[in-house]
Write a protein that binds this ligand. Structure first.
Ligand code: BGC
Length: 932
């Protein structure tokens, strides 16, 4: 029987995707592709530490290997690599080792670069034909990029080193191993011959770079963001980075929508731009407009150069200014050719529905308040290979303004502010942003769901809902209020109820819920592959920005079809990703995970990724819904934004993922939009998401998120009632759902009427409907498909071992570990997953001795807590009496942690191991958290 899982094909797809995302910005003197056998001198310390992804939850995939750029070039044997230059960097890195920082989100965004001197560089230029200069940057959660050296800007040392190399070498190629765009003024100042954004390409990233440099793959990546001359040119910069409130005065004019409308001169590289080793002619074929279906057009792409390659065609709309004002260009479709041989032509057909061409009237200026509208006038459609060079492909005229879709006011701002707007001839003016006129709390009260009264256990199981024996309503009527409340609480991190090491568990987490036949679903970070903190390996993917630059839906779908199999292999139901927030500003620290400044590109590619995941019944938890535009103070900073910009820019990608990708799961953000925390935002999660878009899946919070009851009210971690009322079904994450370890306000809110049982039932139905589609449900029924069996065989012995965990819950003061469970033989590992109900500091006390060993024997035993080695205890053969050893452990803050005992030699006997509480820090910790 043909195998479904094929790691080699997964690697190939990831390599192809990483290569297609590479954007060639400059290629003078035919610097690329490299000539066969060329002598290469590789500069830049990032050759020693390829960034496969950014940091934080989106980057913590444990992998079998990572192919860096240097390794790929060297191992290919296609080039003569300058070993003197390499050795100098090896020496430098020995003296200046990689700085990982200390603790969560502490890794610096860049590593110290090696200064170069002229003689060294000149000597290298004598020995080698071409210089390759690698510049690296990382970024991640909790911190933004800064308009400073080492972040958005090159450092002086980098600039100096690069200048010296460019001066000495005839051809210098700069590779940017970065997550996100950066300042590019240096390109004209220093003048390297070629520049490529190679992004963070996952574990196959270096191979992808090799493919493009060698010409085996002709670059076809296109910028998913506008690169402006200076960070201050982005209109969002003025209102980015506050610790309290960011007024989004640029409104819908984000990225190229702004530059093409108001400030063409400030663009260095336009949105959609990217060179190839060949040339293409883009001719316009048939164009038609249908008053029902919108625009359909043909674009004929011919390879007019001498190398095979792909081209990404983009369709832009210029809608009439009308009363509302419109951007000069808005992407409304795109398509990528196959590999075209020289002279070959392909006809691409692209359709643009009217809905995507409409604008949201949040003020009523067109006479259609709260509707998507196409204003009367001429609509011009452009096609081309970037936003600036796209040519007019056709136009049509609407004689009358048309309301395309009637909605209702939702998520409107409560704070007054001004937004920009074009007036005649694309001059910039401003207007007042319409503010909220309908209270969402009133909507909720008017639209409360109904539920059957509590019936007690009637013997129905969830599978009776699937078979049609009982309705979901009747099934859920059997659940007590306590059961329902427990279902709203996800558990994590590293819940022992699901695959070891993953971020969250949800659904049937209590004995009662499990009795009703409700499975426990599991979800893991995401998005760049599976994160399992106990050390299990998975496959790491190229980052979001890289995948966006492919402009290739099919490839994204195929890549995530493989990712689906990796999830199935690890028995995980959902990946916490893709991350799909809009790149409002280049300084957002998490842009690397996200796709683009454009919502259509983002939405279409995420929809493709979801289609890939759904092929094997797993899914993605698309995040962060919505408006996470900065990392600094992400738990509390308020995004103040017009309803129009929210709908046309910040929600649009999610809408496409829901409508076209049939998204089943969404993660809300940490922070508020227009004063209301998104996890408790009724308008966002009920009115728009479920009401307008007909979303049928689950919404979960980000990990430990606040909510509030009304715009402007303070956020509170315990206010889970507000989350439930909004249809944020799952509060992530709790130590223990049944015991309400997070101390949420569900019980009191239910008692005093702030929450109804019917709302709990409604959310429970969302969760159960979701679970019915998961592999976890099928496994709970005891079903093992042929695919499950095949995938189980593909799990490596080491990884299987990491999943064999012994479960143990800590007692109040002292907990004895059953030492008979610990294998003390040579090279043996025994792992425990330990649950602590309280946050405590603790020590470990071990009593052990050597048995039957010669005096000189060295008997090491290593103890790991999570991934950290907390102690290696080494006895000698002479330690024949019981030895008592006390070790400081890492405080238990996360409810669950792992303990691993590893014996490099046999010969130790363990009498007892105790974990002893030294202090209860629950209260201290809580005070610390709310002060964050
Ligand atoms: C991140 C999420 C992530 C979650 C679980 C949070 O810090 O914002 O994107 O999925 O942690 O790891």
């Amino acid at each position: 029987m043909a195998k479904t899982w094929d790691i080699e094909k997964f690697k190939k797809t990831a390599r192809a995707a990483a290569a297609e995302g590479i954007v060639l910005l400059k290629n003078d003197k035919d610097a690329l592709p490299l000539k066969k056998g060329a002598g290469l001198a590789v500069f830049g310390r990032s050759q020693m530490n390829y960034y496969k992804s950014g940091t934080g939850s989106g980057g913590m995939v444990n992998v079998d290997y990572v192919v860096g750029i240097y390794e790929a070039l060297n191992d290919s044997k296609k080039y003569k690599i300058n070993s003197d230059v390499r050795k100098a960097y090896e020496q430098f890195v020995k003296e200046n080792p990689f700085d990982t920082g200390v603790g969560w989100a502490a890794e610096p965004w860049f590593q110290k670069e090696m200064p170069l001197n002229d003689d060294f560089v000149k000597e290298a230029a004598k020995q080698s034909d071409v210089a390759i200069f690698i510049i690296g940057r990382t970024a991640g959660e909790d911190q933004d990029n800064k308009n400073e050296q080492g972040s958005y800007l090159l450092t002086d040392v980098e600039k100096d080193a690069l200048s010296k190399v460019c001066k000495a070498f005839d051809k210098t190629i700069v590779l940017l191993n970065v997550g996100n765009i950066m300042d590019m003024k240096w390109v004209s100042e220093i003048g390297p011959e070629a520049v490529l954004y190679v992004w963070q390409g996952g574990q196959e990233g270096g191979n992808a770079v090799l493919d493009v440099l060698s010409g085996d793959v002709n670059p076809s990546g296109k910028l998913a963001d506008t690169i402006a001359l200076d960070i201050s040119d982005y209109p969002s910069t003025a209102n980015f980075g506050s610790d309290k409130r960011n007024f989004q005065t640029e409104d819908i004019y984000v990225g190229y929508r702004y530059f093409e409308t108001f400030d063409k001169e400030s663009v260095l590289y336009p949105f959609g731009f990217g060179l190839s080793y060949t040339t293409f002619d883009i001719a316009l074929g048939e164009f038609s407009y249908d008053s029902k279906d919108g625009v359909t057009l043909e674009v004929l792409v011919t390879n007019t150069g001498d190398k095979s390659g792909k081209e990404a065609v983009q369709i832009y709309l210029e809608a009439p200014q009308g009363m509302m004002g419109k951007p000069a260009r808005a992407l409304c479709g795109f398509a990528k050719t196959d590999v075209l041989k020289p002279g070959q032509m392909q006809c691409l057909e692209i359709s643009v529905p009217k809905y995507w061409m409409s604008s949201y009237d949040d003020s009523g200026v067109t006479g259609n308040k709260s509707s998507y509208v196409m204003e009367k006038g001429v609509y011009k459609v452009f096609a081309g290979s970037d936003v600036r060079s796209a040519q007019e492909a056709g136009e049509f005229e609407l004689k009358k303004t048309e309301a395309i879709c009637e909605c209702e006011e939702a998520c409107a701002p409560v704070k007054e502010f001004e937004r920009i707007k074009p007036e005649s001839g694309f001059a910039k003016t401003t207007e007042k942003v319409p503010v909220r006129s309908i209270d969402p709390n009133k909507k909720r009260k008017d639209r409360l769901p109904k539920a059957l009264p509590y019936t007690g256990d009637k013997g129905y199981k969830l599978k009776d809902v699937e078979s049609g024996k009982v309705s979901m309503e009747k099934f859920l009527a059997q659940l007590s209020d306590d059961d329902l409340m427990a279902m709203m609480r996800g558990e994590g991190m590293c819940s022992p109820k699901v695959t070891a090491g993953i971020a969250g568990a949800f659904g049937g987490l209590t004995g009662n819920l499990a009795e009703f036949g409700i499975p426990a679903g599991g979800c893991s970070d995401g998005p760049s592959g599976i994160r399992m903190d106990c050390g299990t390996h998975a496959f790491s993917l190229p980052n979001g920005t890289c995948l966006a630059c492919t402009f290739n839906e099919e490839l994204n779908e195929e890549l995530f079809r493989w990712e689906a199999l990796d999830l199935r292999k690890n028995r995980i139901d959902a990946l916490l990703g893709p991350g799909m927030n809009i790149h409002r500003n280049p300084l957002n620290g998490r842009n690397f995970e996200y796709f683009s400044e454009d919502p259509i590109l983002t939405g279409k590619l995420v929809a493709a990724q979801l289609r890939g995941l759904h092929k094997y019944d797993v899914t993605g938890v698309i995040k962060h819904f919505a408006g996470n535009t900065q990392e600094f103070k992400r738990h509390s900073v308020d995004n103040v934004v017009s309803e129009r910009a929210l709908r046309e820019i910040y929600l649009k990608g999610f809408e496409i993922a829901v409508r076209e990708g049939e998204a089943r799961a969404i993660m809300s953000t940490y922070g508020p939009v227009n004063g209301v925390w998104t996890s408790g935002n009724y308008d966002l999660l009920t009115t728009i998401l479920r009401g307008e878009w007909d979303f049928k899946g689950i919404v979960m919070t980000d990990w430990w998120a606040m909510a509030n009851d009304e715009a402007g009210a303070p956020g509170d971690y315990k206010n889970v009632a507000a989350q439930v009322r909004a249809q944020n079904d799952l509060n992530m994450v709790n130590g223990n759902a049944e015991e309400n370890s997070g101390g949420d306000n569900l019980p009191e809110a239910l008692k005093d009427g702030r929450l109804t049982r019917a709302e709990l039932v409604r959310n429970a139905a969302n969760i159960c409907e979701f679970l019915l589609k998961t592999p976890a449900y099928r496994h709970m029924l005891g079903e093992e498909s042929a695919l499950d069996k095949e995938l189980a065989k593909a799990v490596s012995e080491d990884d299987a071992k990491l999943q064999e965990l012994i479960k143990l819950t800590l007692n109040d003061d002292e907990t004895e570990i059953d030492t008979s469970l610990i294998d003390t033989s040579k090279n043996a590992t025994t792992s425990f997953v330990i649950t602590s109900k309280r946050k405590i500091t603790m020590d470990m006390e071990l009593v052990l001795r050597a048995v039957n060993q010669p005096d000189v024997a060295q008997l090491p035993m290593s103890i790991f807590q999570d991934k950290a080695l907390i102690k290696t205890v080494t006895l000698t053969g002479m330690d024949r009496e019981w030895q008592t050893i006390r070790i400081n452990m890492i405080p238990a803050i996360m409810s669950n942690f792992y303990l691993k005992f590893y014996f490099a030699q046999g010969g130790l006997e363990i009498k007892s191991i105790k974990i002893i509480k030294t202090e209860d820090i629950e209260d201290k910790f809580k005070r610390g958290l709310s002060e964050l």
